[in-house]
Design a protein around this ligand. Sequence first.
Ligand code: CP
Ligand code: NVA
Length: 335
Amino acid sequence: MDLKGRDFLKLLDYTPEEIDYLLKLAGELKENKKKGKPLSPRTQPLLNTLAGKNVALIFEKTSTRTRCAFEVAARDLGIGTTYLDPSGSQIDKKESIADTAQVLSCMYDGIEYRGFEQDIVEELAEYADVPVWNGLTNEYHPTQMLADLLTIKEHFGRLKGIKLTYMGDARYNTGNSLMVACAKMGMHFTACTAKAYYPDAELVEKCKAIAEKTGASITLTKDVDAGTKDVDVIYTDVWVSMGEPEEVWESRIKDLKPYRVDSKVMQNAGRHALFMHCLPAFHDLKTTIGKEMGEKFGITEMEVTDEVFKSAQSVVFEEAENRMHTIKAVMVATL
Ligand code: CP
Ligand code: NVA
């Protein structure tokens, strides 16, 4: 498997075998970091060439996990990083994406981009001479998917045939990407939400076509009981994503409250089921936005109850850790 020089913009661009390779590589890097297990003769040479390289990390939206994962992974590999924050560079305001791509390609060996439309990261990749990695756009969050797939694999020992139900806003980056990830890996994806929050119809068709070849399935349902019965993973994300206007909070809370992950949902899924969330999560009032919206709309929890978030079935912090190991694998494979 040779992914050297490849961009990592969305899972649609990768075959199931390539995704599987990245997961195995991430698992190996994790064992190496945590238990000191020596790397295989195939992997070690990939790491030997990385020390002294440099990567640019563009963040047009804020981040904790993705930024830290890139920085720690790079540090472990001997790679230097430059963090460009949402306000501190010329990007977009004074310099086009195409010009930025060419400037950064002269100095860096790879570029991470977190921002708005998917078209922007695709354009960046088109003009850059080095690999570009998508650290989240409105439409997709592919590095998150690798961490989630690795977490699922660690718990169930496989991906094929796993039933995953996504509740909440299934039209955005995390919902879209999970549907693609499940389709690619032969998993059963259900979007359990109000009709207005179903993923884009064109993407659903694309995923159904992939599913036909991999043995996966794609289901869309408004019915919480049917959509969460006996599934292996219940996944949710914030109801309002970064970059969306504040005015949408009221209708989002009203529309998506029936799709909050609570203990009844988890019981319906079964005791073996995992609760997953890409984070950050609004599970209490201990954040500025959570408190403000909670007071305004008279609620104490949003997409997931505090009880489920803190329960033994919740693997949210394992997912967070796996962001680092999987992002490291992407850099090792593509640089
Ligand atoms: N899950 C995730 O992407 O988290 P950050 O926004 O903190 O990077
Ligand atoms: N849907 C969320 C994901 C955060 C990691 C957002 O875009 O804000």
